[in-house]
Each structure stands twice: as C-alpha cells, then as structure tokens.
Design a protein around this ligand. Structure first.
Ligand SMILES: CC(C)(COP(=O)(O)OP(=O)(O)OC[C@H]1O[C@@H](n2cnc3c(N)ncnc32)[C@H](O)[C@@H]1OP(=O)(O)O)[C@@H](O)C(=O)NCCC(=O)NCCS
Ligand SMILES: [Zn+2]
Length: 191
C-alpha cells in the first residue's frame, strides 16, 4: 500500500504489495519490490532499490544508487550516502545458490553511512554510529562510534548531531551541548 501523501515519480516502479508510508518521496528510477516496507517521511533518491524482505524505518534517507537487499534492516532516521553498498551473502558463487545463506544486517536508529562505503553482511551498526565515506565495515560498530578506512576501524565517538566528540569519560558535544558517559568502552547519553 502506498500512502496517499507519498509522492512517487512516474519513472519509479513500486510493485504491488510493497508498503510506502506517509509523506515519503520516491524519485526517478527507484524500484521497490513487492513485500518491501518503507516507513513515513523517507526520501529514496534516484536509482534506489529496496528488496522484498528489506525493512526501512521512518525518516530514512537513501541517496542515489543505494540498494537495500534482502536481510537488511534500517531503523528510523538512518542516512545512507550515495552508492553506499549492502551485501547479503558472505561467500557468493554464481553457480551455487546461497539464498539460504543470507546474513542479516542491522543499522541502528540515526546512524550515517558515508558515500560509497561497503557493509559486509552479518554486522550490526549501532545507533548514531558514523561510517566515513569509502569505509569497508567488516565488524559490528558500537553506538555513537565513528569508523573509517578499509577495513573500518573506530577512530572516536560522534554526537547524535554528527559532530565528533572529544575523548574522555564524560564527552560533551562542542556544537549542540549534548553530554555522554563513557564506560567499559561504550558511550551512552547522559541522563
Ligand atoms: C568522517 C568524515 C566526517 C571526516 O571526519 P573528520 O574527523 O572531520 O576528518 P578530518 O577531515 O579532520 O580528517 C582526519 C583524518 O582522517 C582522514 N580522513 C578523513 N575522511 C576520511 C575517510 N572518509 N576515509 C579515510 N580517512 C579519512 C583525513 O585524511 C585525516 O587524516 P590525517 O590526520 O592523516 O591527515 C568524512 O570523511 C566523511 O566521510 N563524511 C561523510 C561524507 C559523506 O559521505 N556524505 C554523504 C552525503 S553527500
Ligand atoms: Zn552534538
């Protein structure tokens, strides 16, 4: 079902049985497969593909040419930069069917995936984590972690607003003022 308030460009193909929420905007040459679920207030840029079992929350932005394959879940407010790449089979062979071997990928609420990064399947990317452009993520990424490079390594923490946080056991964002507590190698919002 496509919400009445969603806008879908005439060149997009939204298969019967997909779900597109209120006020979501679907741009040129997008394909949303039957069964795919996309929340409200999302933006799907040119050339985006969403597979039948993919789950896309509310407020998600998929920039041009992002394919969200089966097994991928994007929680609310995830940002995927242009040409960010998901995968769902770890050891693909053209002549061997590996449809039962899909490994799920979960991207937590508010996380950012930079342009042209690659997410190797089977990982969880934490809430508000920030994956730099071009990084190759091969392992789980902690909530609020900033990761970079190939393979991606954690280089620090990032605020929910996107600014890097200085290290310390009580980081505070110099831009928005949000405060955090670091404990046992993880950070959480200060209460
Ligand atoms: C991660 C990011 C925010 C930069 O973070 P930053 O800490 O401000 O980075 P800086 O520019 O201060 O650079 C710090 C170091 O990291 C390196 N670096 C920066 N971005 C990098 C990246 N994407 N991959 C690898 N190294 C990177 C810099 O070269 C620099 O290295 P040096 O200290 O040896 O000189 C930025 O690189 C990025 O990827 N942004 C996402 C952009 C994007 O994809 N937008 C999509 C919407 S269009
Ligand atoms: Zn902040």
């Amino acid at each position: 079902m496509i919400a009445d308030s969603a806008s879908v460009h005439p060149s997009a193909v939204c298969d019967e049985g997909c779900r597109i929420g209120a006020h979501t905007r679907v741009w040129h040459f997008v394909h949303v497969a039957a069964g795919a679920s996309i929340g409200s207030g999302c933006v799907l840029g040119q050339g985006v593909y969403v597979a039948p079992t993919a789950r896309v929350g509310d407020g998600v932005r998929l920039q041009n040419n992002v394919s969200v394959y089966d097994g991928v879940t994007l929680e609310d407010d995830v940002f995927c930069g242009p040409s960010a790449v998901f995968t769902n089979v770890a050891r693909p062979r053209a002549h061997v069917s590996r449809k039962d071997a899909f490994e799920p990928t979960l991207v937590g609420r508010g996380a950012t995936l930079g342009a042209n990064c690659t997410i190797v399947c089977g990982v969880t990317i934490g809430r508000f984590a920030f994956v730099a452009a071009g990084a190759v993520v091969t392992r789980d990424v902690a909530n609020f972690a900033r990761v970079m490079g190939v393979p991606a390594r954690q280089v620090g923490w990032v605020c929910a607003c996107g600014e890097a946080l200085a290290s310390g056991d009580a980081p505070e964002c110099s831009v928005c003022g949000l405060r955090y507590v670091e404990r046992d190698g993880a950070i959480t919002e200060a209460t």
